[in-house]
Write a protein that binds this ligand. Structure first.
Ligand code: NAD
Length: 297
């Protein structure tokens, strides 16, 4: 029977372990990790994500410092806030919720975050470290979504070494770091994207298929190999006719009902990668805190 990779369950286990770790860190150092969350404007989806991240951080004992700024904040004002947070003693991780308003250059803002406090793992220095690091370094700040995906794969307790992995999507926040993480597991990795020819054929060679496209249910049954493992990163809001009524629905990049019949394991949407992404943000914040303590900066 197909295994459904329950991201919610795995994330809850990770958060439970993290909570215990933070209790121990507090006993030892009389301090807890601190996460600064910066949101600009009132994009509804951003508010949902920020609330979920704040709630989970509080649950594990991370101290959250919220900065909710007006839509019309200038780039300079935002840069100044990040610079202050960079030197703030009680802030170990800084998260800037994307997207930012059009008049602000996202890359400039992300690059302003000190690499040691880069809770999302997007800073070029951390991106570089991820690509050159050896397998077992546990002090890296790694983009949360691909880290969540790799932890889901590891939860299956299968040998990943030598497996053919295909990642669809080459974004900086998901596709590219996913490739690095799969390489670290000694997978043979192919990265596909919007200009890839014969996408379907390439996907059908994958023992592990990671879909990070942003196109609702693009991956069909004939795209996947029998007994493959499929991780669906996509989050797409669509309208679907259910019992004659048009309803809003959240679907992934994989046609779940078709594909699940054929594969060994698959992550659902919702309840798959989403909760893992949040858990990994908390892991990164705690990693940054431990790095600070061990290096005494
Ligand atoms: P993106 O738009 O930055 O990148 C999409 C990638 O898909 C691009 O590299 C593009 O080349 C590729 N692509 C587009 N159309 C394609 C096609 N027809 N065939 C093959 N490749 C194609 O998106 P992203 O930020 O990487 O996110 C991808 C999806 O993952 C989105 O649905 C997003 O909402 C979701 N996401 C989920 C989480 C989570 O926590 N679950 C986190 C980040 C992103």
């Amino acid at each position: 029977m197909t295994k459904i990779i329950d991201g919610k369950l795995i994330a809850n286990k990770l958060k439970h372990d993290l909570k215990n770790e933070i209790i121990q860190l507090k006993q030892k150092y009389n301090k807890v990790p601190g996460l600064a969350v910066v949101q600009v404007g009132n994009v509804a989806a951003s508010s949902v994500y920020v609330n979920a991240k704040t709630k989970s951080a509080n649950e594990v004992g991370i101290n959250v410092i919220d900065h909710h700024l007006d839509d019309n904040v200038t780039e300079d004002e935002l840069i100044n806030l990040i610079k202050k947070l960079n030197t703030h003693n009680e802030v170990d991780g800084i998260l800037v919720q994307l997207p930012l308003p059009k008049h602000v250059d996202e890359q400039i803002i992300l690059d302003t975050i000190h690499p040691n406090k880069d809770a999302d793992g997007f800073h070029p220095l951390n991106v570089g470290k991820l690509s050159i690091s050896s397998k077992n370094e546990n002090n890296l700040l790694i983009p949360c979504t691909p880290l969540g995906c790799i932890l889901m794969l590891k939860s299956l307790n299968l040998e990943l070494k030598g497996k053919n992995a295909v990642v669809i999507g080459r974004s900086n926040i998901v596709g590219k770091p996913m490739v690095q993480l799969l390489l670290k597991e000694s997978c043979t990795v192919t990265i596909a994207h919007s200009k890839t020819e014969n996408l379907e054929k390439i996907c059908s060679t994958a023992d592990i298929l990671v879909a990070a496209v942003g196109k609702p249910e693009i991956v069909k049954e004939n795209w996947v190999k029998e007994n493959a493992i499929v991780i669906d990163v996509g989050i797409n809001r669509i309208q679907k006719k259910i019992n004659g009524e048009i309803k809003n629905k959240l679907v992934g990049d994989v046609d779940f009902s078709q594909v699940k019949e054929k594969v060994f394991a698959i992550s659902p949407v919702p309840g798959g990668v989403g909760p893992m992404t949040i858990a990994c943000l908390l892991i990164n914040t705690t990693t940054a805190f431990k790095n600070k303590i061990s290096k005494n900066y």
